[in-house]
Design a protein around this ligand. Sequence first.
Ligand code: UD1
Ligand code: CA
Length: 447
Amino acid sequence: MTGRSSLTIVLAAGEGTRMRSSLPKVLHPVAGQPLIAHVLAAVPRESAVAVVVGPDHDAVAAAARRANPQAGIFVQDERRGTAHAVLAARAAITKKYDDILIVFGDTPLISPATLERLREPLGDGAALAVLGFRAADPTGYGRLIVNDEQLVAIREEADASAAERAVTLCNAGVMAFSGAHALAMLERIGNANAKGEFYLTDAVEIARAMGLSCVVRETGEDEVRGINTKAQLAEAEAVMQRRLRRAALESGVTLIAPETVHLCADTAFGADVTVEPYVVFGPGVSVGAGAVIHSFSHVSEATIGAGASVGPFARLRPGTRLGEGARIGNFVETKAAEIAAGAKVNHLTYIGDAEVGAGANIGAGTITCNYDGFLKHRTVIGAGAFIGSNSALVAPLRIGAGAYIGSGSVITRDVPDDALALERAPQTVKDGWAVKFRALMARRKGK
Ligand code: UD1
Ligand code: CA
């Protein structure tokens, strides 16, 4: 929309108890980000933002600021309804914006395009535009009562007659107010209803009584799912996952079984990446061009270099950085690990708080012993080093470039470049011993 100023108010204070959680509702994650971060990401770019939080919701305010550092934070001291919550941001509302958008912090699937579309009627003289949708099951939503293109009322479920409850056109919770009339409408809202709350939805009948025009703009249900329960949270997650998978496929990622791959809103893929079935991406993952993530891998806060190969059954934990062409094989766990180009960690290994140099080969069953019960320590392995299988590398430890570690060693002291270190009792061989042993045991058993 051109030339019109706007304020977006995000309501994130107070909630029913239906989430049954100690975590504030809007901090529950969908695709790895709190609900409120998704909502803030959809706000028109040039819009001022006011977030209304509850009195003890510092964590909500912090999450809002992380998502939008410019957001103004307003506190609603007591949960007294959505209109009461909006008026907590009165100081922002009085700043003479052309449009005032109101969105709920528990409606994370809303798109920027829909918010822009809802503002359009304001430019054509409407005082209020409400986003509606056709609900498959309208239970719990406010019903939109429409007459001749005009919205005449929104009836909350608890206050609706049987006939009104049969209406399936529902209030998505997103509204666009003309800034010129917003305060006058909001201040007239009372609380004479079943819940004794100040309902934002009453703005419609008030606007009508003031002779102002109210309209509905419709959108699809998936975009406006409001989250009041854990079941609805799971449904929103499913919608978001479908969207993210489609976007990944459209950007050229090969997802062999898309419906089995879990993505985060910030998962980033280079060209020609392949993701096999059953892979979970936590937050903060970027995957370089041509990399392959094999089945049953779990990756979070990790950077995977171009052409790298991960899994099957690999777990890359936060702080993992894989260089170009690095290989992480099955049953390998990494954490805070810098694994340089071409290095191989192919089987049954833990690499934590460590650097592995380019082209190094880490044998099966190698463990970096990074924790002494009190502190974490680093292991640095030089380029081209060869760590024999089943070695325990007790940190802090430095293994030089090109060094060899004999299999089964417990290495506690630094190893210079190109040296061999092994820590192992000398092997004893007794010729013919097994024959004598079997004869002895057979006699004892009386055979
Ligand atoms: C609300 C709408 C309903 C709509 C539905 C869509 C009203 C009265 N009802 O119902 O018409 O169909 O959303 O999802 O607006 N909040 C506050 N302070 C309060 C009360 C609520 O900040 O005092 C915030 C909540 O954190 C939430 C949002 O406002 O983000 C909506 O409140 P909620 O209780 O979820 O409203 P619904 O009953 O879902
Ligand atoms: Ca809700």
